[in-house]
Design a protein. Sequence first.
Length: 168
Amino acid sequence: MIDLSIKILIVEDNPADAELIAYHTKKIVNSPVVHITYKFEDTAKIIQIVEPDIILSDYQLKSYNGLEILHFISENQMVIPIVFITGTVNNKELAPHAKVKDGNGLILKEHMSQLQSHLMPYLNNLQLLKFIKKMRIEENKPNCSISVEHRKKLESAIQKIESELTNV
């Protein structure tokens, strides 16, 4: 059980899936603050007001997709990891953006019965995911100068999370 208060935004247009994700999240995190949305406008508003620690999002929603959320976060240079919980398996559009090396992740809906074990590496390593996101933002700035020490820490963080994910 994680004893930190974590602000979690669940973006899901299927109410049953949203409640299931919230249920499993509450089994992992002692006192999560959970918000559930499905409309882009509401999602953007909650991201700006609440500044969630992590977003758990379906990829293919009724009127938009998860990349729009990712672009919104990137445009606003926010350090918020997104874990896509989706039925989309071989989506060439999603795959490049759902990688730990970018501070994000992917869980397939076919693993919903084991959602807790699949979410645990992301929630346990939330600070590392945020560090990865922050470094990626810095890399995209003009005249970026990330130290060798920070690059080593970045690679170490990526390896740690990826190794935990392979053990799930």
